[in-house]
Ligand binder design. Structure first.
Ligand code: AMP
Ligand code: MG
Length: 407
């Protein structure tokens, strides 16, 4: 392949993914308390320290009884049993149940020895230390020891991206600390003479910088640490200084802007002369000009400046790279199928990513474009709730099924 920067060669998204995934960086582990484990990636398999439940217990407020004592109970001819104990959750029963007796029991309390079933309070009446049962008891109201989890069972495998329910499961199984992948530090450098931060008064020719905020959020969502830098002007000297600083303090550098064919596309120019480019330009729309390479030893993704392009390329390329190098199984991409209610044009050789609105109607999931699709229109990522994946070899008509990545 000729030097990527001087060829007219665009590569496919899959080629771009595998080229970027050929560059790896050291991945470290650390131990964290589970309260700090939200959105982290497990670095080791986790096994349960206990059975869940740890003991047989009642799933109802009622009475623990012996089933054979209760078989003949009816509304008209209730059975009478003597109440010998009161057992509440957190307190082990002391007395053993024998025929003719019952122990009042609360939800979650351990089943007393001898009992084999529960009758809920609603089907009973308590009179003078005795209980009347108006129907037979229920063996299935006992939650059996280990029915959810067995001690030493694998509960979450290495690479699991920790959601609230995963974290709850870690607690249930007795873990207060776990090993996770150390968060990666990711520098975000926006370039452009026209960029000013929101909050300042805007002058003619200027725009408010937004990409770094989008990228910051996308990085946090997948559990890493964004280092959002102040935007720099289109100056090779300033960029060189920023890249050198970023390489010292981060594991990955993401730049935005300055990777196209223009005279001031400084990221591409500096990477061509002083960095190392592995690829430049991908067959996707929006977002075709990204580059990937190394600044010294630090991997660098150069994103296009158009706000939609920069977000789409992050999601389609950088997100998979981060998951790959950290061996992470999450967060899971939510790709669904929906029915198009309008025609969408495909593009020869290119993957196209229109933003679509997915709605549920009587026909199932439908998708359509709502607002202007320009790659400069960041709003299209807020008025729509998905990015459609339009393949080059398929013709898309009304009623075609399309793949949509939910935002
Ligand atoms: P570039 O890739 O530098 O040629 O920029 C393409 C377009 O995106 C131009 O209209 C820029 O003004 C705009 N743009 C570049 N960087 C940003 C940014 N960080 N936030 C918002 N818009 C940007
Ligand atoms: Mg620019």
């Amino acid at each position: 392949m000729p030097h990527p920067s001087i060829s007219n060669y665009f590569i496919s998204l899959n080629e771009a993914k595998s080229l970027s995934q050929s560059i790896k960086i050291p991945i470290e582990e650390e131990e964290v308390n589970i309260e700090n484990s939200y959105n982290r990636i497990l670095s080791k398999d986790v096994y349960s320290l206990v059975n869940d439940p740890p003991f047989d217990n009642s799933s109802m407020d009622g009475y623990a009884v012996i089933f054979s004592d209760t078989i003949s109970a009816t509304q008209e001819n209730p059975i009478e049993l003597e109440i010998i104990d009161f057992i509440s959750a957190g307190h082990p029963p002391i007395k053993k149940l024998t025929s003719g007796s019952a122990a009042k029991i609360m939800t979650g309390a351990p089943i007393p020895e001898g009992a084999d079933s529960i009758i809920m309070i609603e089907k009973t009446k308590e009179v003078d230390g005795k209980v009347l049962l108006y129907c037979p008891s229920f063996p299935n109201y006992i939650r059996l020891k280990g029915e959810n989890l067995t001690k030493n069972e694998l509960i979450l495998s290495k690479g699991t991206f920790l959601t609230p329910h995963n974290i709850g499961l870690l607690a249930t199984s007795g873990h207060s600390k776990i090993s996770v992948i150390k968060k990666l530090k990711i520098s975000i450098i926006s370039t452009g003479d026209e960029l000013i931060p929101p909050g300042l008064e805007i002058k003619k020719g200027q725009i408010y910088e937004s990409n770094s905020y989008v990228l910051e959020g996308l990085i946090k969502e997948i559990g890493h640490i964004p280092i959002r830098k102040k935007a720099i002007p289109d100056s090779i000297e300033k960029l060189r200084i920023e890249l050198n600083n970023a390489a010292l303090e981060s594991d990955l550098i993401i730049t935005s802007g300055g990777v196209s064919m223009g005279d001031l596309d400084i990221v591409r120019k500096l990477m061509e002369t002083e960095g190392e480019i592995l690829f430049w330009r991908i067959k996707i729309k929006p977002g075709s000009p990204p580059l990937f390479g190394l600044w010294g030893e630090t991997p660098l993704f150069g994103l296009p400046g158009n706000p939609v392009s920069s977000s789409v390329v992050f999601q389609m390329l950088i997100n998979p790279w981060l998951k790959y190098i950290t061996n992470s199984k999450g967060p899971k991409e939510k790709i669904i199928k929906a029915k198009l209610t309008e025609e969408i044009k495909n593009k020869k050789d290119f993957l196209v990513f229109p933003r679509v609105l997915v709605e549920n109607n009587e026909e199932g999931l439908i998708a359509y474009t709502k607002t202007h699709q320009g790659s400069g229109n960041l709003r299209s990522l807020t008025t729509h709730n998905g990015i459609a994946i339009i393949y080059p070899h398929i013709k898309y008509e009304i009623n075609s099924q399309i793949d949509v990545l939910l935002l």
